[in-house]
Write a protein that binds this ligand. Sequence first.
Ligand SMILES: NC(=O)c1ccc[n+]([C@@H]2O[C@H](COP(=O)([O-])OP(=O)(O)OC[C@H]3O[C@@H](n4cnc5c(N)ncnc54)[C@H](OP(=O)(O)O)[C@@H]3O)[C@@H](O)[C@H]2O)c1
Length: 320
Amino acid sequence: MSKSIGLVGARGDVGAEMLTLLGQHPEFECVFACSSSQAGDLVQQHVPAAPEGLVFENLTPDEAAARKVDALVLCLPDGHAATWCPAFEGTDTVILDVSSDHRFTDAWTYGLTEHFRTDIQHSTRISNPGCYATARQLALRPVVDDLAEPPHGFGVSGYSGAGRTPSPRNDPEALADGVTPYKLVHHTHEREMSRHLGTPVRFSPHVAPFFRGITFPVQAKLHHETSEAELLERSQALYGNDPLVHVTQEIPRVQTMVDHDGAIVGGFSVNPERPNEVAVVCVIDNLRKGAAGQALQNLNLALGCDEALGLDPIWQESTA
Ligand SMILES: NC(=O)c1ccc[n+]([C@@H]2O[C@H](COP(=O)([O-])OP(=O)(O)OC[C@H]3O[C@@H](n4cnc5c(N)ncnc54)[C@H](OP(=O)(O)O)[C@@H]3O)[C@@H](O)[C@H]2O)c1
């Protein structure tokens, strides 16, 4: 029996990606898609792969709750999710928030699927991780208990990570021919990663002139010597049964992941002169594993479906 999904913030980059994924999902039906600026428009005019016949609506939280959906997905800017939750109190509706509003809230389950799968399966309040935070944590988790000091990560994102509200960080002309650092200390994702990894980390975000994708090289010092083979083996042991994480010794390329789900963790490197200094790289599509893809992966689990249903990893090409 299909599950009904309601989408709020449906005209943004994440919302549009969510509509595309829902349009091809065999068990989920998107029953409403909210946008104030495009209310009344046929959704397929804006997102060709969206479910047929759907029209953007400008619903209030109470009107949305009256539709009695199995899951509500909030794709709103930070600071706007809270107004939607009270209307759904006391219902069975699973609420999944892709903003950062609940990533620091104990009562919500943190939705980094590979690390919190069992909790997600039994949760009705899921806070989807940030895009950089997803890539960084997937790369670092295999060695997190062996860190000798806070590790540093240099994340580079495509400009869809900045949403559609015009800014220098999503203006292709302003970004052309360069890679632009920003918010070099105390980024929300730095605090998010530190909280959910249980150890402090440092993070330098950058935006690049490509539209989608994140490459995240991580450098760390361990309190023991190691080898590339050991790092590879540890990551394979941790992620070997996960359908949406691929582990490879090769340095993964961000282009590989565009329009595809899941993550590639690879490029395990050890400094031959100081073999406790290591590096590892994770690549994702920020709109898929970094946002809508992981949201769907979590909804699959919370609504009793196979975790990878309707999702599309691309491991063969990545290792070619
Ligand atoms: N982009 C990414 O890679 C990424 C990754 C992970 C998480 N996220 C998070 O996902 C959320 C959505 O991101 P996005 O990139 O899709 O943003 P976006 O492109 O700016 O879209 C925002 C959506 O929210 C609605 N909206 C805008 N301003 C609003 C307001 N003041 N009040 C209520 N609704 C408003 C917009 O539709 P209407 O104005 O038509 O109603 C639009 O559908 C953000 O919290 C972001 O941090 C983004």
